[in-house]
Design a protein around this ligand. Structure first.
Ligand code: GLC
Length: 655
């Protein structure tokens, strides 16, 4: 569909936004040119009548309370009762008693206390508890943790994605929570972005398919008994809209055309909403200079109008405070633009008072307040919160043996295997014989944190190995595999050895990060520290065959590392099931190949450290294109690559 020109005009629908951005033309949106979606849930007149009754009996104070979500690090159950808050969350660094290693039972007990504070008396409906279960129930030590989304994007296995969602939902329920702030459905186009690993792919069709699969796994299939039952949780496609197109800057400005915004960035929402997603999280990022938290045209006219979304839109962590004229404690603009719930981790009390005042003054029309509250309560009723008993009395609650259950971990290990992408395999070095002497080295060889990345136990993913009771490092997986075949595996911190190994496996890559902490100015891997490259080169110079296992949240420029290795595996952020790597690298003791590589690149691999061209649809040729990935049958020869930035760029210009 050809969109109207995405001129920076002010249409009638957007006139209100212009008042918020004086002197700045609000970019025009043409909702009529966006797909019209049919929500998968049929109209439910009984439900709507119940909402009418609930709303009719609510005071403005109660209504405003339902619009506010507070963080468990700053709010108590008594506060929830006093203000009638609609929801709580645990941010990436929040946990019961601020103890990252708190036992699952403590989470469940706290969920009971928040539930008890939100029922009885004049309470409206129980509180929802949201958590960033973005690669498993990743705040809980012992829970099953899966590869991050970029690795899942390499698997080309949507059924696996659905299964991962299903397991994640069940483990979230075990601890008494009912809302997962996932999946991220960004279409990442510039790997300098610190959240690239939370994206499934640069390819919108793949993101759309995976968004639907993950939402179905988390929530259950609409129209079936499983939909939002006791084994499922609310899903949250995020961050609406265009977070993956900000030219590598987290919370930055997406300058794409409206056509690209529709056809690239919105693809995941079309999949997620089609699968019945009940909540959507707004993005910190902007579109053409307008912060998404204040973009009424996209939040309301497109998402709620054209897409027909009748669930709730939640803001990101104080995302409303970034709007012109707003603060963390006061932001009528975000509510009027279409936010139905404000994530107010610490300032919920003052925000409640100010929002109530804005309703009373008319700064927030009562009709907008009622629509927002209706959406929040609609989601709660669909989630069965009116029928629920306290969290610890619900099915699966307290069945802590389900956390990291062997069957769940087996799925995580399968995901690790299927996520691996083989980029080079000189002289068919891989698969390796397990009857070998194997040297394992590199600072990623024995580090669960390094193989798991951010959003793991804590926000930035920096916990020591002890925080992961079931985990297996990549070295441990190799050692177990080789020892079982009477081979030998030696872990060496610096690559030195006493007895010459038959092969060296060097596990190296990015240190954990999350969000803007991971933004980088160049695609060159580790520009300021070349010790990994030196290690590869030293082993290569000793004529030891070298297998590189690269841990990263994104494709990076690693020409020199590729040259120094005989085989090179892109392992992404596989998570605690490090044994999945050995499953693929080694033959079985009888010489057969139990698992071949099947991973295909979810994102183009850069030929140079230069960032991709804008929307790079006609940009430079990548070193390895989207969809690239060798198997053992392929000739894994790779010609020597240019290693200096100048030559790499020069080669680039010749194309
Ligand atoms: C963060 C992230 C968002 C997350 C939220 C709650 O800033 O942007 O993805 O769900 O805060 O932790």
């Amino acid at each position: 569909m050809a969109l109207g020109s995405s001129c920076l005009g002010i249409g009638p629908a957007q006139a209100g936004d212009a008042r918020k951005y004086p002197g700045k033309a609000v970019p025009r949106v043409h909702p009529q040119d966006w797909p019209r979606l049919q929500p998968p849930l049929p109209a439910d007149p009984d439900l709507e009548r119940r909402l009418d009754v609930l709303l009719a009996h609510m005071t403005p104070e109660q209504k405003v309370g339902q619009l506010i979500q507070a963080d468990i690090g700053s709010v108590t159950p008594a506060d929830v009762r006093q203000l009638g808050l609609g929801s709580v969350l645990n941010g990436g660094n929040s946990s019961p008693r601020d103890d990252k290693l708190a036992a699952p039972g403590e989470w469940l007990a706290l969920a009971d206390r928040f539930y008890a504070a939100s029922v009885g008396g004049d309470a409206v409906l129980p509180v929802l508890w949201g958590t960033d279960a973005v690669h498993g129930h990743n705040n809980i030590p012992g829970a099953t943790i899966f590869p991050h989304n970029i690795g899942l994007g390499a698997t080309r296995d949507p059924e696996l994605i659905r299964r991962i969602g299903e397991i994640t939902a069940l483990e979230v329920r075990v601890t008494g929570l009912d809302w997962a702030f996932s999946p991220t459905v960004a279409v990442a186009r510039d790997a300098r972005w610190g959240r690239t690993y939370e994206s499934y792919s640069e390819n919108p069709a793949l993101v759309r398919e995976y968004a639907a699969a993950m939402v179905t796994g988390l929530q259950g299939m609409p129209g079936t008994q499983q939909f939002l039952d006791a084994a499922h949780v609310l899903a949250t496609p995020k961050h609406f809209l265009g977070d993956g197109g900000t030219r590598g800057k987290d919370q930055g400005d997406n300058r794409s055309t409206e056509t690209a915004l529709r056809d690239l960035d919105a693809a995941g929402y079309i999949g997620a909403l089609g699968a019945g997603a009940q909540t959507v999280m707004a993005s910190y990022s902007s579109w053409r200079g307008v912060k998404m938290h204040g973009n009424r045209a996209l939040l309301t006219d497109v998402l709620k109008g054209r897409f027909g979304f009748d669930g709730l839109v939640i803001g990101d962590w104080n995302g409303h405070a970034q709007l012109p004229g707003c603060t963390a404690v006061s932001c009528a603009a975000a509510v009027n633009a279409g936010l139905d719930m404000l994530m107010a981790p610490d300032d919920w009390r003052e925000l409640h008072a100010n929002t109530l005042a804005q309703v009373r003054s008319g700064a927030i029309p009562m009709s907008r307040l009622d629509d927002a509250v209706r959406r929040v309560l609609r989601v709660k009723l669909r989630a069965g919160l009116d029928r629920e008993v306290r969290p610890s009395s619900r099915p699966f609650a307290g069945q802590f043996e389900l956390l990291g259950a062997p069957a769940h971990r087996a799925v995580a290990r399968q995901a690790v295997r299927e996520s691996l992408v083989l980029l080079k395999n000189r002289a068919h070095l891989l698969p390796l014989s397990p009857h070998s002497r194997v040297l394992v080295t590199g600072d990623g060889a024995d580090s669960i944190a390094k193989q798991s990345g951010g959003w793991t136990i804590n926000w930035q993913g920096t916990e020591p190995n002890q925080a992961f009771p079931h985990a297996e490092t990549i070295y441990a997986g190799i050692a177990r595999c080789v020892t079982a075949a009477h081979g030998a595996a030696e872990l060496s911190a610096n690559g030195e050895f006493h007895t010459r190994p038959d092969v060296a496996i060097v596990v190296f890559g990015e240190n954990p990060y999350a969000e803007y902490e991971g933004d980088v100015p160049t695609l060159e891997y580790s520009p300021a520290d070349k010790r990994d490259l030196a290690l590869l080169r030293r082993l290569h110079s000793l004529d030891v065959p070298v297998v590189a296992v690269f841990l990263s949240g994104r494709p990076l420029w690693v020409n020199a590392e590729l040259n120094a290795a005989d085989s090179f595996v892109a392992a992404w952020l596989p998570g605690p099931e490090g044994g999945g790597i050995a499953d693929v690298l080694f033959r079985a003791p009888n010489g057969t190949v139990p698992y071949d590589f099947r991973g295909k690149l979810p994102m183009s691999w850069p030929r140079s450290p230069k960032p991709p061209a804008v929307d790079d649809v006609a940009g430079e040729q990548p070193l390895f294109p989207f969809g690239y990935g060798l198997t053992y049958a392929d000739d894994g020869y790779l010609a020597t690559l240019p290693e200096t930035l100048a030559r790499a760029s020069a080669r680039l210009t010749r194309h």
